[in-house]
Ligand binder design. Structure first.
Ligand SMILES: *Cc1c(COP(=O)(O)O)cnc(C)c1O
Length: 404
């Protein structure tokens, strides 16, 4: 019964998951299914991966007791600081792991999709580190919105391939990466950026991110005397930082799991990315999951102020856990997230990514006991989001005129 929510059965988590790929990719996906566990479980892979996580990424990421936030919310709040990783978010844990796997599978070329550019930057970084060839597919709209990440990827030596189909955003970039993979199946490894895509990607990505909760276990013992919290909170786009946060606690019923998805302008506004609230079962990018779609199955564009949560699907593991009632899912609207991001900035001196600010906004909607141990994953840092925060104009408490 170990990890019953985590172990896909023949590639399925309950009714979600699977590997729905074109004929031409069957062999690639099958090879990956057959080889990923032996490779990532091997002593030599683990040694190399763990070494890089420690000395290159900067792990373990700190578990920080947020005193002023704890006072405000009436609990003992700890922040898991993935924002302090090299390149600024949790995504590097997965990108380095998969690039190492690709090399061991004898693949010389790496491709990736990216929305905001965070996964593209993480993959380009891993490829520079390991001396691998890297192409990143990115929607033209996102390239225009996220110029600095495009420049970072180019500086790292990656080729950024503009995608001009559909809405020219993340979902179209995924489709373009899959199309490219179909025409170069033998030498190309596709680094998927979240717990999505055909089996085994959701499981592979969850395992790469599981280092987050592996560290939590001993860090909580050090700080609180026991190895589990009362409540875990994470934001959820495709589901990878959430999967890493809950991995070693999924089957521990004493641990409450709360996930914050992007409500955008509101779940009923038509401008939302709250897939677990608004989606229906469909197949997207190789897996059966909840998808935002029209009644006749056209994918609907997701909307959120946060580029990293702006995906019209959500990984199969999370679809299953939410359907079974194991996780509670809250939809957080743009303005709530922005406010929560400002609050952390002012109370703790940490500017969070707007993605992570969605998790922080969940604190307002939950009730805790004073002794409850709450762990919230700060998935990334907010340097990339400063302009977006300021554009909302929520906290113009004009200290500027006190300068004289
Ligand atoms: C990409 C991203 C997310 C959302 O992706 P998940 O796979 O759901 O974790 C959240 N936070 C940050 C900082 C990101 O870059």
């Amino acid at each position: 019964m170990e990890h019953s929510y985590l172990m896909p059965q023949k590639g399925f988590y309950g009714e979600f998951g699977g590997a729905y790929v074109p004929e031409i990719l069957h062999k690639c996906v099958h090879d990956l299914q057959e080889t990923y566990l032996p490779i990532i479980g091997s002593e030599s892979f683990r040694r190399e991966y763990r070494g890089l996580l420690k000395d290159y990424v900067g792990r373990p990421s700190p578990l920080y007791f947020a005193r002023r936030m704890s006072e405000k919310y009436g609990c003992r709040l700890y922040l898991k600081r993935e924002d302090l990783n090299h390149t600024g978010a949790h995504k590097i844990n997965n990108a380095i792991g998969q690039a190492l796997l690709a090399r061991r599978m004898g693949k010389s070329h790496v491709i990736a999709e990216t929305g905001a550019g965070q996964h593209g930057v993480a993959t380009a970084t891993a490829c520079a580190l390991l001396g691998m060839d890297c192409k990143v597919f990115m929607g033209k709209t996102d390239m225009d919105r996220q110029r600095s990440n495009v420049e970072r990827m180019r500086m790292l030596g990656a080729e950024v391939c503009p995608v001009t189909t559909g809405n020219m955003t993340l979902s179209d970039a995924c489709s373009a990466a899959i199309r490219y993979w179909c025409s170069h199946p033998s030498d190309t490894y596709y680094v998927v950026g979240s717990t999505m895509g055909p089996h085994p990607y959701p499981d592979l990505v969850a395992r790469m991110q599981s280092v987050i909760s592996e560290e939590l276990k001993w860090q909580l013992v050090e700080k609180t005397g026991r190895d589990y919290p009362d409540c875990l909170i994470a934001c959820i786009g495709g589901g990878s930082n959430a999967a890493g946060t809950i991995y070693h606690y999924a089957d521990n019923d004493r641990v409450r799991i709360v996930l914050a998805e992007a409500g955008g302008r509101g779940v009923n506004s038509g401008h939302t990315a709250a897939t677990l609230h608004c989606g229906s079962v469909g197949i997207l990018h190789g897996a059966r999951m909840l998808v935002m779609q029209t009644p006749d199955g056209q994918i609907e564009e997701a909307f959120s102020v946060s580029a990293g949560l702006d995906y019209p699907g959500v990984g199969p593991m999370h679809c299953n856990m939410a359907a079974k009632g194991r996780s509670e899912v809250l939809a957080i609207n743009d303005d709530e997230a922005i406010r929560a991001g400002y609050e952390l900035t002012r109370l703790e001196g940490i500017i969070p990514a707007i993605e992570s600010a969605h998790a922080l906004a969940a604190l307002n909607k939950l009730k805790f006991g004073a002794d409850d141990i709450v762990v919230l994953t700060l998935s990334g840092r907010g340097g990339k989001d400063v302009e977006t925060y300021l554009d909302f104009n929520l906290y113009v408490d004009g200290h500027d005129d006190d300068c004289e």
